[in-house]
Design a protein around this ligand. Structure first.
Ligand SMILES: Cc1ncc(COP(=O)(O)O)c(C=O)c1O
Length: 523
């Protein structure tokens, strides 16, 4: 079945059949609407990429939908991940396709060469890094969003109202005022960068946009814990402030920021003539899921007149789980919060988000009037604040829709229950490790991340091997990290599909591969 476009004889001569309304009052008159409708249904636009015959495309679309629903429904029957065979990799070395290929054939290629070799984070045995599992309403919403093909950089259309509704919901969840602003971005890496840029504007004024930080007589200093994510240093780099100006404050065994050390560093920087401007707390550190003492950081920030930003990439949504939310106390005092809906929120990738208490400073950091982006009082170009005024992107997809569908269809109580359950599963895994003498825990279990290892003389090399064996077996996919110089198997339980049997399978497989590695070495 081809998708070649229509053309030629029956081309609609644009405008010919229009009965344009002479007054605004006639806009909704039936006759005019019918004329527009008949134009849309009967015309064939030369050169269009739309199908000539919609029926087979519709049938193929239903097959594609069924295939991907089957994939999600039967995900347990598949390996979590599998190595990419040479012929599959080679398949993606072909040259740019200048001519058409049948949609059915391209979908067959997807089924054969792409779908089986994906990351695997929809699978309940996936516990690597901090990857969410996605969810079916979110997936379907993504298809609807692609159909609308809306550009959420600006203008007056309801997709932007959907994004604004999610912003309102986030204000409500985190106790932010109505004047707070919010924006969807790719992920927390970009959300943190926005947080740093807005904090910089708050400190230096909008003039910094023109003259840059190099024009400043003093160095701006930011503070985050040594356990903070690498994208914080990257944000300092990208913002031109420089990674040297980020103080990595020590943490205790619990990986939470040491507040005394924070205060000492601030005092030392002030006496050296530098300008402390921002402190970043983490809600859910990447290594072990620790939540900083956010209320304590808020107190220091207030006293020292610093911008208080929270990197809540995965931990901030613990606000939805009544048993975990108290650990976030103090987040409501933040000046800005970065978070990902695509992690614990289970929204399909990607759906990062930034919430800023002071919407005016947020806008002042990015808004750039341009004659081709003129705002009007009516028509599609109406409205004053457009999302492009709040971040670096002008073209923006409809990430809000899959988030809106996920939150509406499941409800925040269900998402909160999933978040709670992943933490219970982490404690279940902690218990299994405690009762397995060959294994040892390497860090406290704060939320949903468990760092452990197989005990051995050459433990770092052996545990790296165990993890690679696990990946290749298709049984499970934890990742690794280093805790106090020890390589740890790191299980971040994020997926709503994960259950006790997946934890049992992980523990059994780690022991079995550990034993096998030791035997191989002895042989
Ligand atoms: C604490 C923390 N901050 C930031 C990030 C980066 O988020 P993203 O990958 O969505 O950019 C992560 C990713 O895991 C994280 O765990």
């Amino acid at each position: 079945m081809g998708l070649s476009s229509s053309c030629g004889e029956q081309d609609y001569k644009c405008g010919e059949r229009h009965d344009y309304p002479r007054r605004r009052a006639r806009r909704h008159e039936k006759g005019w609407l019918m004329a527009s409708f008949s134009m849309a249904t009967k015309s064939k636009i030369g050169g269009s990429l739309d199908p000539q015959d919609w029926k087979p495309v519709r049938e193929q679309a239903h097959r594609m939908l069924d295939d991907i629903l089957d994939y999600v429904e039967r995900i347990r029957e598949r390996p979590v991940w599998q190595p990419i065979p040479d012929d599959v990799r080679a398949h993606f070395r072909s040259t740019v396709p200048t001519g058409p290929t049948d949609l059915t054939a391209v979908h067959d290629e997807f089924m054969r060469y792409i779908l089986p070799f994906a990351t695997g984070n929809t699978h309940p045995g996936f516990m690597g890094w901090v990857h969410g599992g996605g969810n079916v309403p979110g997936m379907l919403a993504e298809m609807l969003a692609a159909g609308l093909n809306a550009n959420l950089g600006g203008r007056d259309h309801v997709p932007i109202e959907v994004e604004r509704q999610v912003v309102r919901w986030m204000r409500q969840l985190f106790g932010f005022p109505e004047t707070a602003s919010g924006l969807f971005v790719t992920g927390t890496s970009v959300a943190n960068l926005i947080g740093v840029l807005v904090a910089r504007t708050a400190m230096l004024g909008v003039g910094v946009r023109r003259y840059g930080v190099a024009a400043e007589p003093t160095r701006l200093i930011a503070y985050a814990s040594a356990a903070s994510h690498g994208c914080i240093a990257q944000a300092m780099n990208l913002s031109g402030l420089g990674t040297e100006q980020l103080r990595m404050i020590s943490t205790g065994y619990d990986h939470r920021i040491n507040l005394d050390a924070l205060e000492r560093e601030i005092a030392a920087d002030r006496s050296a003539g530098f300008s402390p401007f921002m402190v970043i707390g983490t809600a859910g550190t990447v290594d072990i899921g620790a939540i900083d003492d956010l209320a304590g950081i808020a107190r220091v920030a207030r006293r020292e007149n610093l911008w208080f930003h929270v990197d809540g990439a995965f931990g901030a949504l613990a606000i939805l789980a009544p048993d975990l939310a108290p650990q976030l106390t103090g987040i409501e005092e933040a000046d800005s919060i970065a978070l990902d809906f695509h992690k614990w929120g289970q929204v399909p990738y990607d759906a990062g988000f930034i919430l800023v208490r002071d919407g005016t400073t947020h806008r002042d950091t990015f808004a750039s009037p341009a004659k081709y982006l003129r705002r009007e009082t009516r028509g599609l170009a109406a409205g004053t604040s457009w999302p492009c005024d709040l971040g670096p992107d002008l073209s923006r997809g409809f990430r809000a829709l899959k988030t809106w569908f996920t939150l509406k269809v499941h409800g925040t109580d269900a998402i909160g229950a999933v978040i709670s359950r992943t933490c219970s599963l982490a404690r279940y895994l902690e218990g299994k490790i405690a009762e397995t003498p060959k294994l040892e825990l390497l860090a406290p279990v704060a939320l949903n991340v468990v760092c452990f290892r197989y005990r051995a003389a050459d433990a770092n090399a052996l545990n790296a091997e165990i993890v690679a064996d696990l990946h290749e077996s298709g049984i499970g996919a934890p990742s690794t990290t280093t805790i106090d110089g020890h390589l740890a198997i790191r299980a971040a339980i994020v997926n709503h599909r994960t259950s006790e049997c997946d934890i049992d399978a992980l523990v059994q497989a780690v022991v079995a591969y550990g034993d096998a590695c030791l035997q191989n070495r002895a042989a």
